[in-house]
Each structure stands twice: as structure tokens, then as C-alpha cells.
Design a protein around this ligand. Structure first.
Ligand SMILES: [Zn+2]
Length: 631
């Protein structure tokens, strides 16, 4: 099978989650970007020390891991959890594999290999591997493609295997994944059934597995799944039409991201991967246009996507209510997946800006600061104080208004875990002639360019401080380019290249020359808080203002207001500019007289807004991002 041969020039191994075999730039991997501290270093550590263990403990406790033992015949009892909980085990395995690629940890490796053995033992002789279908007492394989999530689960297993391969191990998990992918090829390939899964995911996974293994059949299968969608083959229900599954219009003909947000974004990522490998510019252009429209009209200030709780769906253009924001954590991660692929394709710093906005606001808001509770939905306006789940309480509702330790549908915590474990793979790219730093992390970058090895140390307290200091540790004896992103909000940013300090426009600031060890580039980004007006067509927040500082969206919580004053009582005085304080901003607020609200004695006040991502970390609170403007 070589209709779509992978180019032989493909890098043999890149320790990054996304590694196109062709294209203008390559993502640096976990072996090339070392995050040593700062905000992302802290989250990497919390992930390693708390999030991964927390996810494993929960899935052991409620029997999701034991589902594999039941299929293998080494445990008894009924399947635990809904039919797609296998995917959570696989996402955790992906997180563990990346984490092990980042640093040696014998204890984690033991837990990982044990998990792999239990999963492997549940694989059927023909490669099929699922704990909810196809065994005695269960429904038949592929009898419910709309809702069964079988291929969705398989996709996450393949992605875990990609993480294992890319971090240097062609071992048991990879062998299991190959058998599963070969089974899929027979079952759904050119000579198999012409069908798709209700939840996109296997497409992006098969494309990456093809890249990681060099087996072009898997890419062709991903391509088939992309092309088959949009022809209304999935059965609809009263509430879920074809658009819910993105099965209403072929990907290459669609004009907008619609339906279930996570499905739409995973599908877009898969389509971009297929397009990148097959040179299908028309498909890539179509997805890029859909995503750009979603950025302009269907995403929240935080980068969150999906405004309908009903069906976890995208709303219409500009339908972005703050208080009913669904903005699922997984949709934010899906948006980062799409934006990263578009950044690799185009180099447009707009996508790096969006990745930063989304990671720092819509993703990092999810985990509690100890990494042991999570938001699933991420509202931008909490009107009432609600109380958290107990640490051992399973949350039924994805709508929980406090972070919960675990959910009956627990897609978000494991998605956070795998994203944090591989975050170094989203920091920088190379085009061979130089290196492009898209995210500002404390750490080191070491990359082999066409001219030789370039090593950089990056020191920064960003986003809490705006200085990014890049020191050359080692450079080739030739001109190379070092490029630093200048965010769109950073008017007045400066770059000191050692000779002179000059103002640099938003986009990217690139210095191309020969470098000596010890030379520095210093980027200074202004972090003055700024008032943000909503798009005039966003009716739900018309007349309201938000405050941002650098890449951080700020929020007002009642715990930062005087006793008896709630976030519903106040209006923002837009004539008094916000003043930087700590990692937030101090603003002038007027007390609103409202016959429906309790009378409040306070006069006009000043209060502190803090980063949205940290809200409710000090306990239950009311909160709002968009604040009514005082007239
Ligand atoms: Zn989720």
C-alpha cells in the first residue's frame, strides 16, 4: 500500500506530539526543549507529582483499569463506567509516556509498564481491544458507531503509543497499537466497511501513528475517515442531528466549526494532519478558514470554545454568553491542537497568540492549584457560591460549578495530564535556518540547525513579568535566526540585541546573524493592564468590559470585595485606568443601585482583579470576567 508514501526525508524520530513528515517547520521535541522553572515548570511538576497519580488512583478505585482485567479473565464483575472509559486510561498512559520521556522515574515507569501489561492482556487475537463491546454479555463490535466510541478509544491508545515511540521505546504498547491499527485497516480500510465513528479522534491518531511508524496504510485510513464524514451516514436522534457529529457537510466543504465542540476540533486536527501529509491544500485551507471564523466569532475571551451546554456544542456566531459558557476544557485543548498544526503550516504568530491565550486561561483554569480537582465546563460568570465535591466524591455533572476530583465522564483531567506532560512540544519550532520561540518558558532549547548546533538558555518570570532573556550557550560558526514572538497585545515591546534596543512590532522579532556564546537577546513586553471591549455583535456582554494583563484574562471575585458586596453589585469605571498590582490589576468600581439586590453601604471602591485561571482556588466564590460599564 503506497498511494500516499511518507517521504523518506522524514525525521527519523522527533520527541514531539505533532511531527509532520513534510512542511516548512518542525516542532522541537521534549529532547530539545527543557522547561526548568517558571509557570510551566511548576505545572509540569504538579502534573508529575499530583495529577498523574490522582488520575490513576481514581481509575483504579472505581474499576476503570480493572475493566481490562475483566476482559482478560483475571477479574470478575461487570464493566465499570460508561462505554468509553478505556480512553481515559489511554490518555493517562500517554501522559505517563511523555512524562517518562521528559525524565527518568523508575516508580512511574513501573506503574506505566504494569498498566500496559493489563491493557495488552485484554487485546483480542485479531487486534480488537475494547472493554465495553465484543465479549460475552456485551454488545457486538461496531454495533453502535454513533455512540459506542470504540474508534475514539482506539485513537487515544494510538496516541499513547506515539508518545512511547517518540520517546524512544518500540515496546509492548507500540506492538499492541500496531495490532489494533492493523485490525482497523482490515475492518475499515479500502476493502472494509465504509463507516466512521461518532466521535472524531481516530483520524488525528492514525495520522500521527503513520508518521511515527512510517506505515502509510494508517495515513490512508485516516484520510478515508476524513473523506467519509459529512455524508449523513451516522444515525441522528431527536436532539443530535448530523451537524452534531460534523456529518452534515464534508470537512473540505464546511464553512464553520459546528456541533459538538471537542469532536469538531479533533476532526479539524486530523484533517490538517492528513492534508499536511498528502499535500491537500484545499482541505487545509478549508479547515483554516473554519477555525479562523471560530476564533473571530465562536470563541470566548479566554480562548474557550463551545457555548452550548446542550450537546456540548458550538453556538451560532457571536452567541457567547458569559454565564452560560460551556467552554469545556477538552475543547480548549482541541483548539490548541488545531492552532499548533496551523502554526506549523503557516508560521503565523496569530496561532501562537491563540495557543497562549487558550493554555493560560481556558486550560489552566481547569486544574485546582494542587492538581487534584478540575473544572470540566469553564464559565466566565459564576452568580452563586456553590460548594465543592468532597475529595472522594464522584461528580455526576459535567456542569459542576466547583472543581471536582473526578467525573462520571472524566475526559478533562486526563486531557490536562497529557497536555501538561508534553507542553515542551508546543514551545518552539525550527525551519532549519533558525529557531522560533513561540511560548516563553524558563528553560533551555538545544537544536541542530542546518549550520550546526544552537543552544539557548531562556530566563523569564513571564507571564508575571514581561522580560524574556535569551542567552546563547552554543552557536554554529555561521549566521542563524533567533525569532521571538511579539504578542498582538504587546504594543511598545522592545528587543535589545546586544548592540541596541529597538521597538518591535507585534508578530515576530527575528535577529539573523552569527552568535557567540554568552550573547543575549532581551525581549521586553509591556504588561500594563488593558480594558477590553467585546465585539459589538456579542449581545450577551454588550455594555460590559473585561480587563486583561499580558496574556492573562482577569476576573473579579466576591472574596476581593468588601463584606456584603457581591460581583453583581458593581460597575467598572472605564475612565479610571486599571493599575497593575501583583499579577492582576486594581480597578475603580461603582456600586450599583438595584432594587432587586440587597442595599449596600459601600461607596465607590477600588478592588483587585486576579487571573481568571486562579479563580476559586481560595475557596468557593462568585466571579465575573465581563463587568458592566459604569455610565
Ligand atoms: Zn472533557
Amino acid at each position: 500500500m503506497n498511494d500516499f508514501p511518507l517521504p523518506s526525508a522524514a525525521p527519523a524520530r522527533s520527541a514531539a506530539p505533532v511531527a509532520p513528515s513534510r512542511g516548512p517547520r518542525r516542532a522541537l521535541g521534549l529532547d530539545e526543549v527543557l522547561i526548568t522553572g517558571g509557570l510551566w515548570g511548576r505545572w509540569q511538576r504538579i502534573n508529575a507529582e499530583a495529577v498523574i497519580a490522582h488520575c490513576l488512583e481514581w481509575m483504579e478505585r472505581i474499576g476503570w483499569v480493572a475493566n481490562f482485567d475483566r476482559v482478560a479473565g483475571t477479574a470478575s464483575g461487570d464493566h465499570a463506567g460508561i462505554e468509553f472509559v478505556d480512553s481515559e486510561v489511554y490518555k493517562l498512559m500517554e501522559a505517563m509516556a511523555w512524562e517518562l520521556g521528559r525524565r527518568a522515574d523508575p516508580s512511574l515507569e513501573t506503574r506505566f509498564l504494569s498498566l500496559v501489561d493489563r491493557v495488552a492482556a485484554a487485546q483480542d487475537a485479531d487486534g480488537y481491544l475494547h472493554t465495553s463491546f465484543g465479549h460475552p454479555g456485551q454488545r457486538a463490535r461496531y454495533s453502535d458507531l454513533e455512540w459506542g466510541h470504540e474508534l475514539y478509544c482506539f485513537g487515544h491508545l494510538l496516541q499513547a503509543a506515539v508518545a512511547r515511540l517518540r520517546t524512544g521505546h518500540d515496546d509492548v504498547l507500540v506492538a499492541v497499537a500496531r495490532r489494533l491499527a492493523d485490525h482497523l485497516w482490515l475492518e475499515f480500510g479500502p476493502d472494509g466497511r465504509e463507516a466512521i465513528c461518532g466521535h472524531a479522534e481516530v483520524e488525528v491518531a492514525l495520522a500521527e501513528f503513520a508518521r511515527a511508524t512510517g506505515d502509510a496504510r494508517y495515513l490512508e485510513l485516516a484520510r478515508l475517515f476524513i473523506e467519509r464524514r459529512g455524508h449523513r451516514t451516522l444515525r441522528t436522534t431527536l436532539f443530535q442531528g448530523s451537524d452534531y457529529f460534523q456529518d452534515d457537510v464534508p470537512v473540505r466543504d464546511a464553512e464553520v466549526l459546528r456541533g459538538h465542540a471537542v469532536r469538531a476540533l479533533y476532526l479539524s486536527a486530523g484533517a490538517l494532519d492528513v492534508a499536511a501529509e498528502t499535500g491537500d491544500e484545499q482541505l487545509a485551507d478549508a479547515v483554516e478558514a473554519q477555525y479562523r471564523r471560530a476564533l473571530d466569532r465562536r470563541s470566548y475571551l479566554t480562548g474557550g470554545m463551545g457555548s452550548h451546554h446542550q450537546n456540548e456544542e458550538f453556538g451560532d456566531d457571536y452567541e457567547l454568553p458569559a454565564d452560560r459558557a460551556y467552554a469545556e476544557t477538552c475543547a480548549a485543548i482541541g483548539s490548541v491542537m488545531v492552532a499548533w498544526r496551523l502554526l506549523l503550516r503557516t508560521g503565523d504568530p496569530l496561532y501562537a497568540d491563540q495557543i497562549e491565550r487558550t493554555l493560560l486561561n481556558a486550560v489552566l483554569v481547569s486544574p485546582r492549584d494542587d492538581g487534584r480537582a478540575f473544572y470540566y465546563a469553564n464559565t466566565l460568570h459564576q452568580r452563586t457560591v456553590t460548594h465543592p465535591n468532597a475529595d472522594d466524591e464522584l461528580s455526576e455533572r459535567a456542569e459542576a460549578s466547583m472543581r471536582a476530583p473526578w467525573f462520571e465522564v472524566s475526559c478533562c483531567p486526563t486531557n490536562v495530564a497529557r497536555t501538561l506532560a508534553s507542553i515542551a512540544g508546543y514551545v518552539a519550532t525550527t525551519d532549519g535556518a533558525g529557531v522560533q520561540l513561540h511560548q516563553f518558558v524558563e528553560g533551555e532549547v538545544r537544536v541542530r540547525l542546518d549550520a550546526g548546533e544552537l543552544a539557548l538558555r531562556i530566563e523569564t518570570a513571564y507571564p508575571h513579568e514581561g522580560t524574556v532573556r535569551v542567552t546563547v550557550l552554543e552557536a554554529p560558526d555561521a549566521a542563524v535566526g533567533i525569532s521571538l514572538r511579539v504578542p498582538a497585545w504587546a504594543a511598545g515591546a522592545t528587543l535589545d540585541d546586544g548592540d541596541q534596543r529597538t521597538e518591535v512590532a507585534p508578530g515576530a522579532a527575528t535577529v539573523t546573524r552569527g552568535f557567540c556564546a554568552g550573547e543575549q537577546l532581551v525581549l521586553t513586553l509591556p504588561l500594563e493592564p488593558r480594558v477590553t471591549w467585546p465585539h459589538p455583535r456579542m449581545d450577551a456582554v454588550r455594555g460590559q468590559l473585561a480587563v486583561e494583563r499580558g496574556p492573562l484574562v482577569l476576573a473579579l471575585e466576591d472574596v476581593d470585595l468588601p463584606d456584603g458586596v457581591d460581583v453583581e453589585h458593581v460597575e467598572l469605571d472605564a475612565h479610571a485606568p486599571p493599575i497593575a498590582t501583583g499579577d492582576g490589576a486594581e480597578v475603580a468600581l461603582r456600586i450599583r443601585v438595584d432594587p432587586d439586590l440587597p442595599a449596600v453601604a459601600a461607596e465607590d471602591i477600588r478592588a483587585r482583579l486576579r487571573p481568571y485561571k486562579d479563580w476559586a482556588n481560595r475557596g468557593p466564590s462568585t466571579m465575573r470576567v465581563w463587568i458592566p460599564m459604569a455610565r
